[in-house]
Design a protein around this ligand. Structure first.
Ligand SMILES: O=C(O)C1=N[C@H](C(=O)O)C[C@H](O)C1
Length: 301
């Protein structure tokens, strides 16, 4: 099948947490309120079932609920919806993506590089070539080698970017290295780099990234949006200090495994009913939450 190219999403996309009520069930209203709040603050869209959503701990019915809520809000708001899908097995990923055929609101699926079973780079390319041909919607490759155990060089990322069904990469390499520079220096047409490492948002925007998928942007969303606009118009006097301030905020929010600190902060702000996470995650220590709130207050003060 020949796939047409689609416009990649840009700007700030927020991968929403899954708020839990005291009885352990998903707090559906709180999830919808979070979605509306980040869109009110200027986010381009939201990601349902990202890592931040603790997607791995949700049962199939709960995953459907999360997608339903996010899809409803995005439809109401005419916002971009990206849905996390896929895994480390090509056939299973294929089936998961096929299930999204009845989600016409979704702009793209966020699909991880296969983790744990350590395919070669050629195997990763073959995986995405297969998925991109068969999937009912465009794909964003989620490249996060410190989670997947599979680094990719710039040539492979570019080859992924040239696949007709692939519209972008969520780049979370844990830093900026030679491969990052090589990739951003020579991007395929209509292929978006979305930053997935919150502390590196500002330098990667300066290098040509078109936005970010950032759990940190649950808070100070308007500042993250402002940062992308400042780099876009070349306003260095605004972008540099704001970028540093948001990197400090991101560092504080990621002091403990994501999304534990973010949930602690959202709970303290009264935006979600509990800070609860599911095992094997443990709730953030109160000191970590307090520190993140202090950095946030300094930013907003
Ligand atoms: O869920 C996501 O999408 C994100 N997950 C990353 C992680 O948990 O490592 C962080 C990033 O902000 C977005």
């Amino acid at each position: 099948m020949t796939r047409q190219r689609h416009t990649p999403p840009t700007g700030i996309l927020v991968p929403l947490v899954t708020p839990f009520a005291a009885d352990g069930r998903i707090a559906v209203d709180a999830l919808a309120d979070l979605a509306h709040a980040v869109l009110d603050a200027g986010a381009t869209g939201i990601v349902a079932l990202g890592t931040t959503a603790e997607a791995a701990t949700l049962d199939p019915d709960e995953r459907t609920t999360v997608i339903d809520v996010c899809a409803r809000v995005c439809a109401e708001r005419d916002a971009v919806l990206v849905i996390g899908a896929g895994g480390n097995d090509t056939r299973a990923s294929d089936r998961a993506l096929a299930d999204l055929a009845h989600r016409p609101q979704a702009a793209a699926a966020l699909v991880p590089v296969p983790y744990f079973n350590r395919p070669s780079q050629a195997g990763v390319l073959a995986h995405f070539t297969h998925l991109a041909q068969a999937a009912p919607l465009p794909l964003i490759v989620y490249h996060v080698p410190y989670r997947t155990g599979r680094p990719l060089d710039a040539a492979t990322l570019r080859a992924l970017g040239r696949l007709p069904g692939v519209v972008g990469v969520k780049l979370a390499q844990g830093g900026i290295d030679g491969e990052t520079m090589d990739l951003l220096g020579d991007l395929p047409a209509d292929f978006a780099v979305l930053v997935g490492d919150d502390p590196f948002l500002s330098p990667l925007l300066a290098l040509g990234a078109s936005g970010g998928v950032l759990a940190s942007a649950h808070v100070a969303t308007d500042r993250f949006v402002e940062l992308t606009a400042a780099w876009r118009r070349g306003d260095l006097d605004r972008a540099r200090p704001l970028g540093h301030a948001l990197a400090r905020l991101a560092a504080a929010l990621f002091r403990e495994p994501n999304p534990t600190v973010i949930k602690g902060v959202l709970h303290a702000q009264g935006r979600i009913p509990t800070p609860n996470v599911r095992l094997p995650l443990l709730p953030a220590r109160p000191e970590a939450v307090d520190e993140a709130r202090k950095v946030l207050a300094d930013l907003e003060g």
